[in-house]
Each structure stands twice: as structure tokens, then as C-alpha cells.
Design a binder for this molecule. Sequence first.
Ligand code: 16G
Ligand code: MG
Length: 570
Amino acid sequence: MGGEWGQSAICPESAQEWTIQVGQHLLDMDLGAITKYSALHAKPNGLILQYGTAGFRTKAEHLDHVMFRMGLLAVLRSKQTKSTIGVMVTASHNPEEDNGVKLVDPLGEMLAPSWEEHATCLANAEEQDMQRVLIDISEKEAVNLQQDAFVVIGRDTRPSSEKLSQSVIDGVTVLGGQFHDYGLLTTPQLHYMVYCRNTGGRYGKATIEGYYQKLSKAFVELTKQASCSGDEYRSLKVDCANGIGALKLREMEHYFSQGLSVQLFNDGSKGKLNHLCGADFVKSHQKPPQGMEIKSNERCCSFDGDADRIVYYYHDADGHFHLIDGDKIATLISSFLKELLVEIGESLNIGVVQTAYANGSSTRYLEEVMKVPVYCTKTGVKHLHHKAQEFDIGVYFEANGHGTALFSTAVEMKIKQSAEQLEDKKRKAAKMLENIIDLFNQAAGDAISDMLVIEAILALKGLTVQQWDALYTDLPNRQLKVQVADRRVITTTNAERQAVTPPGLQEAINDLVKKYKLSRAFVRPSGTEDVVRVYAEADSQESADHLAHEVSLAVFQLAGGIGERPQPGF
Ligand code: 16G
Ligand code: MG
């Protein structure tokens, strides 16, 4: 079963207790209509899914009831927060046959954890218990059912997405919610729409045109300032994973063509979504996508299937492939922001947020060379996003290319003032920062927005892709998966960098790590697959490979490995 899992949710079970509590809520929901429509979106018997790291994800044919119920839940969340809530139908980098759904909270953020539990309960309720669970959520969360509700919906290009988003709409309407269906959108575009709508248009206009204009205006302003650039003509090859990114980038490109020319590959006209292409493929296989011809030193990037991840890469003159991942993107961005602040004369607190997967060289470079404080959180965008909100300027990236930068309201205002009041050089830097702030999608990591930020910085600093890559050298690393009977036996602490259980595992890892130079290793249960993930890095590829293998064996022995023992060699 491809469904995600998270912490198991405690769903209410006592029907008796429930009937005493419900009171007004029974009267405020058209239970007859809910039952009738729910039967049209019936749950397959015995199917259990979890609202995981990025919502529900599994084979598309198992998701109809989940979509309908997420429509219902979005209405409740909207009533409770008195705000517009988003529902995105996508399974990101998963195969084309899969699909998924996630809810977007008022400020464009991921759904609050307590509501993730409600989502799991609601999705798994048997038909006859559905109403009870709905009412229970309303009671627990003190939802005023008389409140209006508004839900916005977006979907990716999967063949199943259109029908599934219609099921979301059925759920929204049966609970009396209003909705706007944006149709095809990238995931970060939907986050942007939600953010715009709940901030009275201050963040931007909640239309696709508004998104294109806001970002492109900032980008063109920035690139006008680039006097000399590393590359004579700014052009970039973009692998769109045969997904929604291709459609949206094609619509957008004429808005920013003054500053950058993009050449699209894997644009969905022939290949299959995410098949042998896209950011996930490139990052995990450490090789270029199929369907893209790369000349030496040409700058290339890949989006994932819903365009919320980006990685860069190039071939050097000897034909070697170089990957520039989220860590190096964060380094480029935070260094540039810091330089601008120095120029403006502002001492704002800037922090970089990473996960345990960040390459040790990137952390070292940021802390020791750039003198930027670095923080580590658990894997998953929501954890990084929340941590980044603690700073005046918080830059967060996962190594896999999910990330963005967040600016506090106070900083935005200060920079706006500086851009008007300061003199000459300082004013120019403040203006630049003002545009950079506009160019970031602060609601969510966004491949299109990040791409334009990166291109602007490279142009302004006159950097070639090789110069960017040369900021530091990644430590060789290896990631492996181990099959165990129940991956929940592994629990971790210290942002997933240390295993707490099973007993003896962390000690075993510590002993193995000691054998290698510049080494580090950790294990964690995946939030999206039924496996334990192993990460190791060391001073050479051989050492990283050995270490990863030895740690896999320790996991296999101590955490209930199943199937074949992990073998050396990859
Ligand atoms: C999800 C997360 C991603 C994380 C990945 C880890 C979001 C939007 N996506 O795709 O951030 O890196 O899961 O997967 O939060 P894993 O738990 O299977 O290693
Ligand atoms: Mg994605």
C-alpha cells in the first residue's frame, strides 16, 4: 500500500458519549445530504491511509472518498479559522498512477498538526461513522457551523486529478461551503493564492496573472541592475518532469523574457510524468534527466512533478555531472542576502534552516565562512518553515530542493523605507532586497520562484554555474533503504540525527562512524514509504558507501529487518 503514515491519530470511538455532546451541531449540518453524497464517494472496505508528511498519497483509484472528505474537512477548517483554505490535488514526484491531496492553511502554510489527525480520522471512518467523526471534529475544534466557508482548489496534470478535484468540490458544496476552482496550478501557486486571499491582497493578487506579474516585475527590475554577468546571454535549460511546471512556465515566460530565456524539456508533450526525469530523479540518481541534451558548462535545472522542488546541475568540460542541490541553493541565497544587509547597513538576524540530510560541507561553509547561524529540524517542509519564521530573515532548504526564504513583516517595512530614504549605494541595495523579497514565494518553496531568485543572483553577482558550485565541495555521501517489519520501532531525537530506539542502535552507529574520517551517519523511518532510510557521509565515496552499508546491517539486525540482508555495492 503506497499510503503515507504519520503518528497514528486517536479517533473518537464512543458513540454514546458523542450523542450527548453534539447538541447544536446536529442541527447545523445537512446530515441527510452528507450521507447521500458520501455514498457516491464510498470508502473501499478496510483501506487505511494516513495524512503523512505531505498529505495523503496513494494509487489514484483509492482516493475518491478521501477527496470528498477533504472537501468536507476544508469547509470545517475554513469556518474555524474564518479564512480561505486551500486543497491541492497532487502526488508531487510520485508515479503518474498515484495521486494525493493536501490542505493549505490560512497563511499558505501546511495544515496544523491537530487537523492532520482529524484528516486521518475522517479519511478512515467507515461510511456509517462518517457523520459522527465530522461532528466530533466540529465539537473539539469549536467550529461555528453558521460561519461562511471558502475553499480554493488546485490540481496537477495527472489524468486522475480533474475527477478527483471534482470530488473535493462535492464535499465542499454539500457542507454549504463556497469555492473557487483554479484548475491546473503548481502546488506553490495554490499556496500563494491562499496567502493572498487571507491578507486582503497585501501579499499580491490572488490570480495566476497576479502571480506572474508580481514575480516577473521583481525579476526584471533585478536583472536590469546586472551590469556584467558571467554568461553573456542569460539562458537556462529547464526539465519540467513532464508536469504542471511546464504549462505554467510556458504561460509565464514572456513576462520575464527580458531577463532570462528558458528552454523547456520534458514538457509533458510526450513523456510520462516524473518518469526518468524531474528533480527527484536527478537528485536520487545523481544524473541528468532523460530527454535533455547538455553541453559542457550549460546551466540546467529540474522541477519535480508539482513544481515545489528544484535542483540545478551541469556537465563540466570533462563530461562529469555536477549536482547543485538545495544546500548549495540555500548557501547562494543566504550569502547574497547577507551581503545586501551589510551594504544597507542593517544588522538583522538571519538564519539558515536545514535537515539532517544537509551535506556537512554546506553546514560548515555557512557557519565558518559565511558566519550565518544554521539550525536543523526534522525532515518535512512544515518543520523547516516554522523554524524559519523565528528569524528576521529565515532561509530554509532541504537538500532535495524544497525551500524558500521568509521575511518578517518588520523587515519588509524597514527595507521599503530604506529603499526610499537612503542614499545612492545603500538605496540601491535596499531596492534590490525589496525586489528579492517580492520574488520569493513566502507561502511555500516554489521551483519557479526559486529559479528566478537564483538566476537573478547569478546575474547580479556575475557568477557562472561552476563558480557557484565551487563555493564548497560536497562530502561524498550515500543514502540507502532498509526493509524492516515495523519501521516505527525506530524513534529519533535531536532533529532525527540520533536514534533513541531500538536499544543499542545509536551506540552501534557511533562505533561505525568512528572508523571513518569526516564521517556522519543517521537513520530515520521514512514518512512516505515503508522503509528505514540510512544516510552516511565521509571523506571519500568508498568510505561513505562502506559506512552506509554497515549502518544498514546494524538497522537490519537491531530493528527487525525483513527479506534479504543488505548487500554491499550499489
Ligand atoms: C515529503 C516532504 C518533503 C520530505 C519528504 C521526505 C513536504 C511538502 N514534502 O515529500 O519535504 O523531504 O517527504 O520523505 O513536506 P521521506 O520521509 O520518505 O524520507
Ligand atoms: Mg513536490
